[in-house]
Design a protein around this ligand. Structure first.
Ligand code: HEM
Length: 295
């Protein structure tokens, strides 16, 4: 039996860090995977910090061979949508997502990532924190249509018997909000952008076709599990989109839908928020990671 990395489902942590890394040179990539696999185990429980590790899908395949799923791909080309809107591709070799009860412990464990010195460098780093319990920085409740913790593993994790069992595909995308533009809208107009009520997240009866909820409708694209978090400062802030799925196509199809095309409207939310990064990572089971530790 293969088990997903437990941090994926560890809700309620108040402090997060996302570290994306590149191997110091391409010949060191397989060593980077083994180094991360080795550091993960003791750290899983250290200071109560959860550590989730993921890898460029092609790199994981190179190291894990037949145990890896065949289809997931890195976010290697920008995604162009309607009216000149583009989602950038900023794929890296690996990601570490740390979460814990407070930033000091998350920081301390992040600093231990120095063990990777010589093998890899941290090239993208974001820290995150919850805002008003479960809202994102648009002020709306984020995660309403998430599957429950009972259902989420079944929907987000590759089932037993398939290559990559116990693993999942992560889409990590950092979105900067245009707070001035967003705040200039009335609550009613913001609700038309999201497709839900601001106070209690009830879905609008006649939500516009370009609302965010219509653009990402899980009845159309399939279920995903989101762990989005706010990030940033007064002058520069937004949403870390953190989405997991057993099938990459669900996430990729949602992005195409959000970007819009000649025949489908662009997600209204993309007029108030723009993606700064975009990368896919394969997040292997704990057993698959353990088999590489020290290998
Ligand atoms: C600035 C970035 C984003 C923000 C602020 C945001 C915020 C929200 C909010 C407030 C909701 C409604 C409540 C809920 O069900 O959670 C929602 C729904 C959803 N979002 Fe996003 N989101 C963002 C980006 C994305 C991206 C990039 C994806 C997919 C790749 C996505 C997928 C979804 C899905 C699947 C739903 C539920 C749709 C349904 O009702 O079936 N979101 N989001």
């Amino acid at each position: 039996m293969n088990h997903p990395q437990p941090g994926i489902f560890a809700l309620g942590t108040a402090s997060h860090a996302y570290l994306e890394l590149d191997a110091s040179n391409s010949s060191l990539r397989p060593e980077l995977v083994r180094t991360i696999a080795s550091l993960r185990e003791p750290r899983t429980t250290m200071e109560g910090v959860n550590l989730v590790a993921g890898f460029r899908p092609e790199l994981w395949r190179e190291v894990a061979g037949d145990d890896a799923p065949a289809s997931p791909k890195g976010f290697d080309a920008p995604l162009a949508g309607a009216e000149g809107f583009v989602m950038p591709a900023t794929q890296h070799d690996a990601v570490l997502w740390l979460s814990g009860s407070a930033y000091d412990v998350v920081f301390e464990v992040s600093m231990a990532i120095r063990e990777l010195a010589g093998v890899a460098t941290v090239v993208e780093e974001t820290s995150s924190w919850p805002y008003r319990h479960d809202r994102d920085l648009t002020g709306f409740i984020d995660g309403t249509e998430n599957p429950t913790l009972i259902d989420a593993p079944e929907l987000a994790v590759i089932p037993e018997g398939e290559p990559g069992a116990g693993g999942t595909v992560l889409l990590l995308q950092k979105w900067a909000h245009d707070a001035s533009l967003w705040e200039a809208l009335s609550d009613g107009d913001q609700e038309l952008v999201i497709g839900r009520r601001k106070t209690d997240s009830v879905e609008l009866e006649n939500k516009p076709a370009d609302s965010h909820v219509a653009s990402t409708d899980q009845d159309r694209f399939g279920k995903i599990f989101r762990r989005n978090m706010p990030y940033g400062t007064v002058t520069d802030h937004g949403t870390m989109f953190v989405g997991f799925s057993a099938a990459q196509s669900r996430l990729a199809d949602m992005l195409v839908s959000m970007a819009g095309s000649a025949s489908a409207p662009r997600d209204a939310l993309t007029r108030y928020s723009r993606p700064l990064t975009g990368a896919y990572y394969f997040v292997p089971s704990i057993e698959a990671l353990r088999s590489l530790a020290g290998a």
